[in-house]
Design a protein around this ligand. Structure first.
Ligand SMILES: C[S@@+](CC[C@H](N)C(=O)[O-])C[C@H]1O[C@@H](n2cnc3c(N)ncnc32)[C@H](O)[C@@H]1O
Length: 222
């Protein structure tokens, strides 16, 4: 459960620094109307993704987990003309909502939405020679975060960023005996990161309207 103070601060910050426009509001409204769960990133996190992509001049972005396209819109808005964002979504009904939201955002030329379980879609991306990706955002089924990370790392370049969301899970990350099925995967991700000479990484705990969680950010070494 989100603490009322965390929510109030999230709303205060978002109101000033990550304000919604009609397109983002409509994306959330249509997602809710279609029955999608409200598990998208917060406005402040969306703005962070946008800032990260802008700060490295990202032209090629990969996203695991589209839902209704909310984070896709934040990331897509950071792309220059001619850039490309490939976003992978398992559920066709989610993808339908996302496609409409992406179109409303005027991002059809930049966003390539692929439908199906991400691990099944990756061989096709490989065959197409997709990447290297300047930024990857991992936010799909949490048990596969380490698999998505490994693939993203192999399809990155020096200086690329890989951001993995929901790695702290109410603090369960620190509990090796947690009964949360996603925790072994999040711990495996951290062990991979610690042993991986190609990246430098850290995890930041977050609180806000979505509760207590956190994200990992990895920089691919030069
Ligand atoms: C947390 S939501 C993504 C939220 C979105 N990134 C945002 O912030 O607006 C996770 C999404 O991953 C999708 N998903 C679950 N398993 C998947 C898989 N194996 N491959 C691709 N997408 C998957 C779910 O259907 C859901 O839409």
């Amino acid at each position: 459960m989100a603490d009322a103070t965390w929510t109030a601060v999230d709303e205060y910050v978002a109101g000033l620094l990550a304000p919604h426009d009609e397109v983002l509001e409509a994306a959330l409204r249509d997602s809710e109307d279609a029955g999608l769960p409200a598990i998208q990133v917060s406005p402040a996190q969306g703005k962070l993704l946008y800032l990260l992509a802008k700060s490295i001049g990202a032209e090629q972005i990969l996203e695991f987990g589209t839902l209704g396209g909310y984070s896709t819109i934040w990331l897509g808005r950071a792309l220059p003309a001619g850039g490309r964002l490939i976003t992978l979504e398992a559920e066709p009904c989610n993808a339908e909502v996302a496609a409409r939201n992406i179109a409303r955002a005027g991002l059809v030329d930049l966003v390539d939405l692929r439908v199906g379980p991400a691990l099944d879609r990756l061989p096709q991306l490989e065959a197409e020679g997709a990447g290297p990706f300047d930024l990857t955002f991992i936010d799909a089924d949490k048990i596969h975060t380490p698999d998505y990370f490994a693939w993203a790392l192999d399809h990155s370049r020096p200086g690329s960023l890989i951001v993995s969301d929901n790695v702290v899970r109410f603090g369960r990350l620190a509990d090796p005996d947690s009964d949360d099925p996603s925790i072994p995967a999040q711990r495996r991700l951290h062990e991979m990161l610690a042993a991986e000479p190609r990246v430098e990484a850290t995890t930041i705990q977050t609180v806000g309207a979505m509760g207590y969680d956190g994200f990992n950010i990895a920089l691919v070494r030069a």
